[in-house]
Design a protein around this ligand. Structure first.
Ligand code: AP5
Length: 234
């Protein structure tokens, strides 16, 4: 069976995820793109701390007001703020059949807290997918990224353009660029990743939970690598 046929068969069989899958990797590695697809395939929530923080900013909540200048500088939001937000979300009943987490945990302290939280909720420990990519490759992906204002669909003006420039293929929504996707903010984001998040690769590898994917490959190829990991074939 080819890749597409295998994936279709899985969808038909209504495979269950039943655990947390964590996507770990530098900004622009393709975590969000893959998380949306995997979550859709298994009908589980796609959780992203970045999206949750941006929603708080858009709504002008106290959390959003604190996070906004930090994110604009390309730095990580303090663990104390992120962990409270994550706890509330994971305790929702819709997470009980598994979920895909993109962009969390991002520090060793967050990972330790996450492990404890999963235990307390009676969930299995996560499968961690590491999106390995040369940081030099992500600049074009980040500066070219555009997102639909309505549905959040992710495009790229260089690699994944829409049929009508500036409009989402799904719902015709206007496309926008994230404020932290400007070239001058990319370097501090990559530096924050190298200093605070990259140690998680060794952390999860030691625990035997880490699986690498070659994130420099085309979207469909990365999706296939991810699916093999989730199904325990790698
Ligand atoms: P967040 O929103 O999590 O951003 P990020 O981790 O920096 O990741 P990105 O969303 O930039 O990239 P991605 O890997 O999802 O790539 P995508 O699929 O979009 O975080 C933003 C900020 O919030 C942080 O800087 C921090 O301040 C704060 N924050 C969030 N979580 C936090 C936490 N836990 N703790 C503390 N602070 C936190 O793809 C990128 C582009 O490439 C797209 O245009 C896409 O079309 C294209 N593309 C994707 N895959 C491919 C491919 N295989 N080939 C070619 N192009 C591709």
């Amino acid at each position: 069976m080819d890749n597409k046929a295998t994936e279709k068969a899985a969808e038909k069989a209504h495979e269950k995820l039943n655990r947390a899958v964590v996507f770990l990797g530098p900004p622009g590695a393709g975590k969000g793109t893959q998380a949306k697809e995997l979550a859709k395939k298994y009908s589980v929530p796609h959780l992203s701390t970045g999206d949750m923080l941006r929603e708080n900013i858009a709504q002008g909540t106290p959390l959003g007001l604190q996070a906004k200048p930090i994110m604009a500088r390309g730095e990580l939001v303090p663990d104390s703020l992120v962990l409270k937000m994550v706890k509330q979300r994971i305790e929702n009943a819709d997470c009980s059949f598994g979920f895909v987490f993109d962009g969390f945990p991002r520090t060793v302290a967050q990972a330790q807290y996450f492990g404890e939280l999963l235990k307390r909720c009676g969930y299995e420990q996560p499968v961690v997918v590491h999106f390995a990519i040369d940081p030099a490759l992500v600049m074009k992906r980040i500066t070219g990224r555009r997102m639909c204002k309505i549905g959040g669909e992710i495009y790229n003006i260089f690699e994944r353009p829409t049929k009508v420039p500036g409009r989402c293929d799904n719902d015709g929504g206007e496309l926008e660029q994230r404020p932290d996707d400007r070239e001058e903010i990319v370097a501090p984001r990559l530096a924050a990743y190298a200093k605070q998040t990259a140690p998680l690769v060794a952390y999860y590898r030691r625990l035997g939970r880490l699986h690498d994917v070659d994130a420099a490959k085309p979207v469909e190829d990365v999706a296939h690598q991810v699916l093999n990991i989730v199904r325990g074939k790698k």
